[in-house]
Design a protein around this ligand. Sequence first.
Ligand code: ADP
Ligand code: CDP
Ligand code: MG
Length: 218
Amino acid sequence: MLAAMSTAVDASLPVAEQEDGTANMLGGKKVAVVFVLGGPGSGKGTQCSNIVEHFGFTHLSAGELLRSEIKSGSENGTMIDSIIKEGKIVPSEITVKLLQEAMIKSENNKFLIDGFPRNQENRLSFENVIKIAPEFVLFFDCSEEEMVRRLLGRNQGRADDNIETIRKRFRVFEESSLPVVQYYDSKGKVKKINAAKPIPEVFEDVKTIFQPYGSKAA
Ligand SMILES: Nc1ncnc2c1ncn2[C@@H]1O[C@H](COP(=O)(O)OP(=O)(O)O)[C@@H](O)[C@H]1O
Ligand SMILES: Nc1ccn([C@@H]2O[C@H](COP(=O)(O)OP(=O)(O)O)[C@@H](O)[C@H]2O)c(=O)n1
Ligand SMILES: [Mg+2]
């Protein structure tokens, strides 16, 4: 079983290519990207940590990169901070640049890009600047009622985890992020997970999806 899993690895990832048939290359290496989407509180970050541990991906959370940018005192920090507090989406050029830098700096070639693309502008900017097509989109499906409960209990001191901003984030998710999921679904690239179950049960379903891409060891 283990041997079978490890032989599958390098042969199977990266496999995606761009629409014109060009390989997904970045800084001289062939890379694989999985976009991880789902409403605020659906469990993206939690499951990404599990995937990192079991399947050797590097986790890049767009939201975390933006929050670090605020903390670093960058010239865009104040603007990013007020956009996040409003639950809106930061201009793509900022987010794509942060993702690009992180991917180039990493020695890994398998990336989970969490919370991105959150709107069509994000998607097009990534396509035009980074020019990597995702292997697939992992989509966590969860009711708003459950997501509110999780966000209000998250306790990470986030400025946007208050009920007023949470409501705004849900609307932005519906209006701007779901169309991105629908776009990839029309291309047969979405793997949808029922995220309303307990964490280990959700991960069982996630594992089934990542199993063909091999274990961490390989
Ligand atoms: N399946 C789950 N069931 C219950 N709580 C969960 C589940 N997945 C995540 N959580 C909790 O919900 C909160 C939000 O999860 P997180 O992974 O940060 O979501 P996201 O990145 O999608 O906003 C965290 O406190 C996390 O521990
Ligand atoms: N692609 C992205 C991702 C996050 N963000 C901002 O960062 C906030 C937090 O994103 P996040 O992914 O950390 O939030 P969760 O869905 O994990 O709760 C979002 O509500 C946006 O304001 C963005 O502008 N663009
Ligand atoms: Mg998150």
